[in-house]
Ligand binder design. Structure first.
Ligand code: ATP
Ligand code: MG
Length: 365
């Protein structure tokens, strides 16, 4: 699905905004502090029910106001429409979410409707951050391309939590521990298999995008499943019981999985320049969007905050051409219109919007 309409009330500095984005590339231009990132944040909120820059949603309520509301209308090529609304009141600790007018059973239902790719300066945590960032990257793919993924992931997490809580007890019931070892092993092995399969499908697309972005180094992606390669997960959990008891938690398993990104055997982070790292992250995100379209027939929406600051003009042009080819809906923010104008192809007729002091106005170009 793509976003057809976005309505904001008392969201950050945007008092009231009603926005009809185009189906392709949308350019949001405005001065520092005008509200560009806030608009991307509102779109992100619709799918994720969280912000990418504030831990607490109450900070998104406009100062001196008592609540914000973000309302989105999504649609697809078949003409199906779907409404999502997210409201947060100061007076309540809970966020009120509506999908087609009703409270959704799980928030994952929203996330599944609007697969998002966020590219901002934090996106580089994928390379420089810890393994958690890279597991989330892989699991984004699993979640959006395989309906079994979320159930497996939740059951695995539950088993891990139960096992860890038993390991913290002074007297450990070996039989009970065995129950959770078996659960963890069953769900963890399936989860790992899905992660491996996803990465196998992603790798050729990633390499192709990287080449198109002009990066000549050969970059390899390798999956580390989080425990000994030679051992089934159940055997491994049994073998590491004593050590786990000592530490009071499960030290290895799928919860420690990682994705190694390397250039001729060395960590990419130690070899690549900052700009090259940006290209690697861009290629990873483009590959994910393409694979989503191939495997699940869904299009993802790209939110790109301040692109000119992230890439040089030649790479920006190549990157945008690849986004256009994907026919994804894209939101790109920039402080300068000129920095965008010369490299967006007019064939795709991007929609221009001017963000000015919390107001959003379409621009004819
Ligand atoms: N809860 C809030 N209520 C009112 N205004 C807020 C709130 N939170 C942030 N702001 C203000 O909203 C404005 C818009 O911020 P935003 O980050 O969206 O701007 P931007 O256009 O992305 O700027 P930049 O180009 O510098 O990245 C800023 O002036 C910020 O101080
Ligand atoms: Mg900004």
């Amino acid at each position: 699905m793509r976003l057809k309409r976005l309505t904001l009330t008392h969201f950050r500095n945007l008092t009231q905004a009603d926005f009809y984005p185009g189906p392709g590339i949308n350019l949001l231009v405005g001065e520092n502090g005008s509200g560009k990132t806030s608009i991307l944040e509102a779109i992100y909120l619709l799918a994720m029910v969280r912000s990418f820059r504030s831990k607490r949603l109450k900070h998104l309520i406009q100062h001196q106001q008592s609540a914000f509301t973000v309302h989105g209308r999504l649609g697809n090529e078949q003409g199906d429409d779907l409404n999502i609304a997210v409201q947060r009141r100061l007076a309540s600790d809970e966020v009120d979410v509506r999908l087609r007018g009703e409270r959704p059973g799980t928030l994952a239902q929203l996330t599944a409707e609007l697969p998002l790719q966020l590219i901002n300066s934090d996106a580089f945590r994928l390379l420089e951050g810890g393994p958690k960032e890279r597991r989330q990257f892989l699991d984004w793919g699993g979640f959006h391309t395989n309906v079994q993924f979320i159930g497996l992931w939740q059951r695995f997490q539950r088993a891990l939590k139960q096992r860890n809580s038993l390991l913290r007890h002074a007297k450990i019931d070996a039989l009970q521990l065995d129950v959770w070892d078996r659960e963890m092993a069953a769900y963890g092995s399936q989860l790992t298999q899905l992660r491996e399969e996803y990465l196998d499908s992603l790798t050729p697309l990633f390499s192709a995008r990287l080449q198109e972005l002009g990066l000549s180094q050969s970059i390899s992606l390798s999956f580390q499943r989080g425990w000994d390669r030679q051992m089934p997960l159940y055997d491994h959990l049994q073998a590491s019981r004593d050590k786990d008891k000592e530490q009071g938690f499960t030290q290895s398993g799928p919860q420690r999985a990682d994705l190694k990104i390397s250039v001729e055997g060395r960590a990419a982070l130690d070899v690549l320049s900052r700009g090259q790292q940006k290209l690697v992250v861009s290629a990873l995100k483009l590959a994910q969007g393409e694979l989503l379209s191939r495997q699940a027939g869904k299009k993802c929406v790209y939110l790109i905050d301040d692109l000119p600051a992230e890439l040089d003009s030649q790479h920006r042009r190549q990157f945008c051409a690849l986004l256009e080819k994907q026919q994804a809906q894209v939101f790109i923010s920039s402080v300068e219109a000129d920095a965008l104008a010369d490299w967006i192809s007019e064939n795709n007729s991007p929609a221009w919007f001017h963000v000015k002091q919390g107001q959003l106005l379409p621009l004819s170009h």
